[in-house]
Structures are given as C-alpha cells and as structure tokens.
Ligand binder design. Sequence first.
Ligand SMILES: *Cc1c(COP(=O)(O)O)cnc(C)c1O
Length: 432
Amino acid sequence: MSEYSLVGSHFRDVDPELAHLVDEEIERQSTSLQLIASENFTSLAVMEATASVLTNKYSEGYPGKRYYGGNSIVDKVETLAIERLKLLFKAAHANVQPHSGANANAAVYFALLKPGDTVLAMRLDQGGHLTHGSPVNFSGQLYNFVGYGVTPKGVDGEVIDFDSMYDLAKKHRPKMIVAGATAYSRIIEVDRVREIADEVGSLVMFDAAHVAGLIAAEIYPNPLFTTDGSKGADVVTFTTHKTLRGPRGGAIVSHEEYGQKIDKALFPGFQGGPLENTIAAKAVAFLEALSPSFKEYQQKVVENAKALAKELEAQGFRVVSGGTDTHLILVDLQSFDIDLSGKQAQEVLDRAGITCNRNQIPGDPRSPFVTSGLRFGTAAMTTANMGVREMSLVAEYVAASLRKREDDREIERIRKEVRSLCLKFPPPFLVR
Ligand SMILES: *Cc1c(COP(=O)(O)O)cnc(C)c1O
C-alpha cells in the first residue's frame, strides 16, 4: 500500500495480524469498484471521530438525564448531533442513539405497536427490508405483517402499487403502514401513503435507510411532510452509513408527539449504553450534510445512477422500472442472459473487482439466495469523484465480465483495467 496508512503504529505493534487484514481491506476498497447500494466512503473526519476517546464513556440515558456521572461533555456531543439532525430533516424530535437501521425500526415498532398488531409494509421479494416483516426476522415473528408490492412490468410499471396498498389497508386495518425499501429505485410519494393511512386511521413509518442522504440534500422529498407541508410520515427511521455518508448506525426523526415514546422505547426499552464515539461521528456527518457541497455531491450521485442505468440498458440488461430517481439501480439479468443467475453474476463480478450484490427482482423465478437480479448504487464511487464518463466504463466492464465469464484470462484483464481506473479515483481515506 502507499506510505500513508490508516492503521496506526500502536495498532500495528499490538496486533500485527489484524492490522495486516485492515491493510488488505484498504487495498481492496481502493482498487475495486464499490457498487453496493448501501455502502459509501465516509470522510476522514468521520473516521477520526469514530476512533476517538468517546468510545471509553458510558452514557446510558439522554443529555441531561444520564445514569452515570462524567457525562457533561458527552451531553454536549450528543446534543450537537441531535440539533444538527433536527435542522437537516426539519424535525421536531431526533434520536441519534440507534446502533443500526434495524435497531431504529425495532425501537419504533416497540414504541408504537403491541405484539400481534397488524402492519402493512413492502414485501421483501418486491424490495422491502428484513425488518419489514420477514418471517426470519423479529418483526415477522412479533407483529402481523401484511405485504404490498409493485405494479406489473411494463411502461411505467414496477412502481409501488398504491391501489393495492389502499385495498389491503381497507381490508386489514393496520395499526401502521411502513413505507421505504431496500431495493427500489423510485421516489415513494408519502402523500399517497398518508392519504391511505388517514382513511383507515393508521400510523406511517417511513424507512429512509437508503435515501437519507438524498433527503438531506433535498433531492428526494422529506417524508416527514407532504407536498403541501402538512404531516407526512409520523416517524422516519434511517441509517447514517448509506447515502448519508456517516458512520455505521441508525437514527430516528419524528414529529414532537412521538418523541418521548420513541426515546423510552430505544432506551431503556431496547438498547443499553449509546456509542458516543459513533454519535460524534454522526454529528460530523450531519454537519457535512448541511453544507452546499453535499447537495452537489448528491446531485452527482443521482446523475451517475441515471447514466449507469442507461449504459447498462445499452449493454442489454433490463433495468427494473426502466430507470432510477435515486442512487440505486435494480437490474434484471434475464434479458441479458436467461441462464445467468444473480448469484453467479455476483461471483463473476467479484473476480473482476466489481463489488455489487445479487438481488431478487419483482416476480423473480429464482430463490432469494440465487435470484435473477443485481443491485447497484453510485454513492461510493461518486464520493471517489467518478462521473458519467466512468459510469459508461463500469457498464462495459460489467457486461464484458458476464459475457466472458468462462474466460479466466479475460476476467483477469478486466480486473487489471478496473484496478487502474480505481487508482485514478482514490477514496477519501487515501486523499491527503
Ligand atoms: C439497510 C436497511 C436497514 C437496516 O440497516 P442496518 O444498519 O443494516 O441494520 C433497514 N431498512 C432498510 C430499508 C434498509 O435498506
């Protein structure tokens, strides 16, 4: 690796074995294409905050209401994070303690539902998340989830089917409707969800795990509000490490009336002591997200995603819903090669230095473990300053690797090209 390394000398002295693995991961992240839609490269400032002495402090409770002493400074740290987040989402209430997106969702369910309550959410095989009622997840075991999906394939198809959401809401009278997804590339109109929820008297939780950064940059509508500025979702959960480009973690914003319930449900209800080093890093990320350059960054993320979708189509792939409004692209491999599964494609691309994940597409004939699709995202490579020109190269590399998947030498040749492309676009941790 370069002479500059993020592995500190103490780390290297104490645990050379592990330090070497981190070196290898630095090499991997900087010489292959990071196209996993839920990943990004944080700034060095975010990483330094994560590695700060705040990791030594126990701070169960909330600013001004802690169980242990010595929290006067930590209180200021967490308050900064909260205030910045409230500003970013124009929210009356914010909780920055969830250790992850899954924990944020769990806390909201715990705050606003009782076990056995009915919840309407997007089906997993249509783009929803495990915490939206999967039978292997706590959500599916504790609550009665009913799933909505997307409209059939075709012009303007494969978008959320609000008519069926309405019918299901009428039929099942859910206590809560969950909007938001993990493999859906289009803007979800919170107005429609609010309208349906109001008609059946249910709450709305918007899981903005993927799109939080786009919301912060005002490229994606803030789901706390409808287009006319009235109440949209009651509660919005998200992760801080996807498009928002902060440390790994979660957060919750809401209207004032749910604040207390949510805080109590998260702690002492669900989690123990907060990770104040991570919370400090979240505060750094929120500050970065408040800057004008973050808006420009997110505009480029979407521009790159739209370009990559077009180029992939030109290479013979079918893009689910015909394109994207966000950082995310869901590709149907069947038009490219009916025999190629998502699992096999992911493995081939890995060998070529192209990191992405297999994903079910709506109506997928293959199992969730095998799949017929791939999911791509442009957040990380845009952070590394790649633009529309590079997206066209990326699509070429993807298509060439998959076409020549039996040819080891060809895959090796593409791997070299990918490496030299990536070296021209170093992630922030390699930029001094
Ligand atoms: C990523 C994601 C989550 C979970 O986030 P973790 O931090 O991995 O727990 C929850 N919901 C959606 C929609 C997601 O995409």
